[in-house]
Design a protein around this ligand. Structure first.
Ligand SMILES: [Zn+2]
Ligand SMILES: [Zn+2]
Length: 259
């Protein structure tokens, strides 16, 4: 990932409110299309320009050919707010976030997220590296639904990772139960992505605790009840894979002996 600065030069009379809302609108369209990562974009007003700090999945991420229609429209709305088209300055590699997947097309994808990710929730099946969403087809106008799903997933994961947890069980249930609203939504989004890209998309079903650790390594697929245990773990993370249900799973973390 790359740390970058977007510079919006002031080209006509403007006021802070209209400049701020035009910039916010533009950058949010980039976020919901996977061209900008994370939710924060600190912005400073420096004499004749506004400068926003952003994280990009790739150096080319902001090329107009990757914009959604909403992004192109928001770009046109900068001029009426007194701002020029933005200039991108790449500041360097972001050391805090994952590296983007090198594949042009993957054999399969994995929908996966954790609380501390700053990256796309879609991973390459081979490298487990994040795939920028703007490079994937979607049935919708952009990837907003997937990004909003990821935000909720990360928020719940954050809650159940804390030492002194509030809402422990309800957060864990949302992440762990196949038919929680969160997982239903995620699996539906995975199916849509699979259709739009003609590539299998597996949903990574989180497993934190179990009430029977003895049976945990042989638990059946929660979708079809079949045997889904892998001989070799995938990406050192997944012990289970069901091709019919497009599910990946792990032996509950609480049941794994620390090595
Ligand atoms: Zn890859
Ligand atoms: Zn299954």
């Amino acid at each position: 990932m790359y740390l970058a600065e977007l510079q919006f030069k002031v080209i006509a009379d403007t006021d802070f409110t209209s400049a701020e809302s035009a910039i916010r609108r533009y950058i949010e369209t980039l976020i919901f299309n996977g061209q900008v990562l994370g939710r924060e974009f600190p912005t400073a007003w420096q004499q004749d320009s506004f400068n926003s700090r952003i994280v990009l999945p790739d150096e080319q991420a902001l090329q107009q050919k990757h914009h959604s229609d909403k992004g192109l429209d928001a770009l046109q709305q900068l001029a009426p707010a007194g701002l020029a088209y933005p200039q991108v300055h790449i500041l360097g590699m972001d050391l805090m976030s994952q590296h983007t997947d090198p594949c042009h097309s993957a054999d399969f994808y994995i929908l996966y997220s954790r609380f501390n990710d700053t990256c796309s929730p879609v991973r390459c099946g081979e490298h487990f590296a994040p795939v920028p969403l703007y490079l994937l087809n979607t049935e919708a106008a952009d990837h907003e639904k997937l990004i909003r799903w990821q935000l909720q997933y990360q928020a719940l994961d954050e809650i159940q990772m804390q030492q002194t947890r509030v809402l422990v069980k309800s957060a864990e249930r949302s992440l762990q139960q196949l038919n929680s609203r969160l997982n239903k939504q995620g699996r539906q989004l995975a199916r849509q992505l699979e259709r739009a890209n003609n590539t299998a998309v597996y949903y990574a079903l989180y497993s934190g605790s179990s009430n029977n650790c003895e049976k945990e390594p042989d638990k059946p697929c929660p979708g079809c009840g079949g045997n889904w245990r892998l001989k070799q773990p995938l990406q050192q993370l997944f012990d289970f894979k069901c091709d019919n249900c497009r599910l990946l799973g792990n032996i509950a973390w609480d049941c794994q002996s620390p090595s």
